[in-house]
Design a binder for this molecule. Sequence first.
Ligand code: ATP
Ligand code: MG
Length: 430
Amino acid sequence: MIKSPRGTSDVLPPESAKWIYLEGIVREVARRYNFDEIRLPTFEHSELFSRTVGETTDIVEKEMYTFKDKTGRDLTLRPEGTAGVARAFVEHGMASGPLPRKFYYLGSMFRYERPQAGRYREHRQFGVEIFGSPSPHSDVEVITLAMDIAEELGLTGTELYINSIGCPKCRGPYKEALIAYLTPHIDELCEDCRSRLTRNPLRALDCKSERCKALVAGAPSSLDYLCGECKEHWDRFREILTAVGIPYTVDKSLVRGLDYYTRTVFELKWPPLGPAGSTLCGGGRYDGLVEQLGGPPVAGVGFGMGLERMLLANEKGEKPIQAGGEIDVFIVCPKGGEGEDKGFEREARLQELARAFRRKGLRCDFDPLQRSMKAQMKQADRMNARFVVILGEDEFRSRSASVRSMRHGWQKTVPIEEVLATIEEAGQNG
Ligand code: ATP
Ligand code: MG
């Protein structure tokens, strides 16, 4: 038997209905905030990620699905969304159009990670990006957008963690301070952090190894090294959060696992999900990213939100999405006997009737295998049909059909032309 690859999953009905609902919510909240959808390739040139996410990050060093195509191009299944959006922004010259531009995306991301609850090798993300606004109002805007989605999904008690990691100007002295702090403890660092200590010491702050975590707890904070402009941005950002009544916690070791971030970084957590997967979404500023990809200097801010985690959280929260449910009409039409010319005429009316219901927007089904009356009534029950229409031999002889309300138990026989009207009249309550 061939199984789906490790770390991937099939979304089957009725679970898929939850996904449709969830995607509807994120699209709707994005619409309210005036973001438009951008749809991008699932694979990109590997260089896009190594240059922007960073050579020395976990994502690029360990987690990417990289392959050569038949002509030797070096390609990678996207591990995250922002790099691709920035690539498209530059490629289509959007910097010379009206700014700011606001995009959202929805799609699969691929990371070679150890699969566990809330962590997969293919997972789905919703993300938003604002290009062309260095204003801290935009940082707050993307954060409130994420919080509104969480709220729509019944997640109360989300926690916002924020930090500022400054710009390349303040990063230099900070990196030096961090290296100076970590070097005497080099033997206590994990192998990864040891090898990237001089190239990318910030990575140690994001390391998941317990020993590194303990060590960096006492490390210098980037907040103490912010340049004047970054400090001003950081202060204003927090003032706006406070003004709009959003509580936050400053987490000095929050750096995020991607190198393109500047200034603001944040995570929105929902503690009931447990330590390994409590981060619903992570994001921040990437003011140098567009320029790094060959565009003009254009500021940016956004986040990526893990949708599997949003669903897991929703199931544990106060407003779990109801999946599956019911159909509006099931038409029971058992096979005709010899005497009825095999019931061909009746069957033709069956198709006609089903289509009439469907064109009116009703969810309707019938048994194409034309099993017995009893078997079809069972099917109608299993599908949780609100109405059953019985197109039986006897009724059909007098050009009528029976309509039964499964909720209220009434049944009436009406001329075939009136079946649709009877159900519409009974309406949602029938
Ligand atoms: P983590 O620290 O949990 O590994 P990350 O920093 O790698 O997260 P991002 O790259 O910021 O995460 O991705 C944004 C969001 O996507 C995360 O907050 C999480 O909700 C989700 N996510 C990331 N990796 C996975 C995965 N392997 N499986 C499921 N969801 C994921
Ligand atoms: Mg990760």
